[in-house]
Structures are given as structure tokens and as C-alpha cells.
Design a protein around this ligand. Structure first.
Ligand code: SF4
Ligand code: SF4
Length: 278
């Protein structure tokens, strides 16, 4: 039987959970990837082999480190892609982030495939900067247990963050090109809630919005950003502004159909229908 009080209660508790969630920042170093997953939320199958410059990363880290007391007021900082192990400046990037965020956890999100080929520079930097390798398992032929053991042998903390080999663990976020979704509802039900993405000199509430440029290149500039969709890093004065960006719907949310569909894992055909609904 429909119970309106239960619904109000659920609404209030979800809102409370969202608003009180600790803040983390995701530094996107590249959307290029060595896997090619259908419906990737960074649109990696469409992304060129391009990387964030270390100068931009340092500017962003210095500013955001300053306003977060070196990360003390954050839960954690992520280095994310695409596949960040392909980032040529990764050892320096880890040094930079640890220098500006000495007071929080730093996690390196990876599918792990390139770990066996990483250089000693990489391992030394990850160890010295106390970086945690956060591995997501994918249903591909790769010895994840050996990769986890390798991290242990190199003195690098490692955790399996996600397991995409499990049934119902892959999603398709179909965007509505007419931008006619209820943005409040989409934001309330958002599966990417809290994935604050630092990309170039901007901060977006999620990769779905922040990385939409790859989709626009493939589909012909369908998706636009408006004032309120992002913050300019250098103009952010306090973490409250970032929290507000996370906790309130932005105009881009009207493109998002939530909840996403659960789909079987598979390779991308680089067809825009993987991301855009008719
Ligand atoms: S491994 Fe992750 S980033 Fe790479 S294509 Fe797959 S979902 Fe995207
Ligand atoms: S645009 Fe809004 S609803 Fe869509 S994924 Fe980002 S935060 Fe969630």
C-alpha cells in the first residue's frame, strides 16, 4: 500500500545522507584508457590520447590544497581517468598532490592492467607519497590477484574498490538530448553523486557533465554548459562553494535520466547511442 509518510521519510533521510557525506575531489588526469568499456562515464572510448598538464594540475592542487587546509577538511583526493597509469607525468603528479594535500588520503583509481609494466619511478613515488592503489576489477583476462600482490611487494597500499565482474555492476547513463528531465529529481536520484571532478581549470559535480566535451565532439555539440554548471578553480574561496555545487542540482542535471539502466559489461562500439537516448 502506498505510504506517503514512508516516502517523505525516505526523501528526508536521503537528503540528510547526501548533505552530510564527506567531500572528496577527483583530479582527472586523462580520459584516455586502455580498456574500451561500453557506456563509460568518462566517455573514454571517444577520448583522444590527451593528458592534463602538470602545470595546470599544480595550480589546481595548490589552490584547492590551500582552501582545504592541505586536505584536512576533505575525506580524500582521487587521481582518476580514463586510466591514470597511462599518464606520463604520474610520479610527479603524485608528488604534487601529496605536497598540497598532506592531510588526507590520496587514492589512485585504476583498472590495474598497466601495473605490471610500471617503472620504478612510479613505485617509489606511490610508496613515498603514501598513495593507495584503488583497483576496479573488470571482466577481462588479467591476473588481478598478481597485481594486488605486486602492490604489496612494492610497499604500496592497495584496495579493490569496485568489482565490475559481478552481475548488475555496470550501468548505462542515457542522456536526454532535449534536456527535459526534472533536474531536481535527477540530482536526487543521481548515481554519480559526490564525484566532484577537477578538469582543466574547472570543477564539475560529476564526470558525466565535466567530460561531455568528448560526447560533443562525436555527436555535434548537443550538450551545453550554463552558468552554475561548474566553478572556476581559481575563483573558489571556500569548500562551501564546492559542497553547494555537489548538493544542489545544476542545469546539466536536466540531461540526466536517473536511475541509469543496468547493462551487461561489453566493449564499446564507440556509437553515441551508448550514451545518448533518442
Ligand atoms: S576502464 Fe573505466 S575509464 Fe576505462 S573505459 Fe572502462 S569504465 Fe571507462
Ligand atoms: S549532471 Fe547532475 S544528475 Fe547528472 S550525473 Fe551529474 S550531478 Fe548527477
Amino acid at each position: 500500500m502506498f505510504n506517503p509518510f514512508k516516502k517523505i521519510q525516505n526523501f528526508a533521510s536521503t537528503l540528510k545522507r547526501h548533505r552530510s557525506a564527506p567531500l572528496h575531489l577527483e583530479f582527472v588526469v586523462s580520459d584516455y584508457c586502455n580498456l574500451n568499456c561500453k557506456g563509460c562515464t568518462h566517455y573514454s572510448p571517444l577520448a583522444p590520447k590527451e593528458f592534463e598538464s602538470l602545470e595546470q594540475l599544480e595550480r589546481n592542487a595548490a589552490h584547492l590544497g590551500r582552501i582545504s587546509s592541505g586536505g584536512k577538511d576533505l575525506d580524500s583526493v582521487y587521481i582518476i581517468g580514463g586510466e591514470p597509469l597511462l599518464y606520463p607525468g604520474l610520479p610527479q603528479a603524485m608528488n604534487i598532490l601529496r605536497q598540497h594535500f598532506p592531510n588526507c588520503r590520496i587514492l589512485l583509481f585504476t583498472n590495474g592492467l598497466a601495473l605490471p609494466r610500471m617503472t620504478e619511478d612510479f613505485w617509489a613515488s606511490a610508496h613515498e607519497n603514501n598513495i593507495t592503489a584503488a583497483i576496479t576489477r573488470y571482466p577481462v583476462k588479467f591476473d588481478y590477484d598478481a597485481a594486488i600482490k605486486l602492490c604489496e611487494d612494492k610497499g604500496v597500499a592497495c584496495e579493490v574498490f569496485g568489482d565490475r565482474t559481478l552481475k548488475d555492476s555496470f550501468f548505462r547513463f542515457g542522456l536526454d538530448p532535449t534536456k527535459s528531465q526534472n533536474r531536481h529529481l535527477s540530482h536526487f536520484k543521481c548515481y554519480n553523486y559526490g564525484c566532484i571532478s577537477v578538469i582543466g581549470d574547472r570543477i564539475y559535480p560529476c564526470s558525466i557533465s565535466g567530460c561531455a566535451g568528448h560526447l560533443n565532439k562525436a555527436a555535434g555539440n548537443i550538450f551545453t554548459h550554463e552558468a552554475g554548471d561548474y566553478l572556476e578553480v581559481e575563483e573558489v574561496k571556500s569548500l562551501k562553494q564546492i559542497k553547494r555545487l555537489r548538493d544542489r542540482p545544476v542545469p546539466f542535471c536536466a540531461y540526466c535520466k536517473m536511475p541509469p539502466d543496468t547493462v551487461p559489461y561489453g566493449p564499446s562500439k564507440r556509437d553515441i547511442s551508448e550514451w545518448i537516448d533518442k
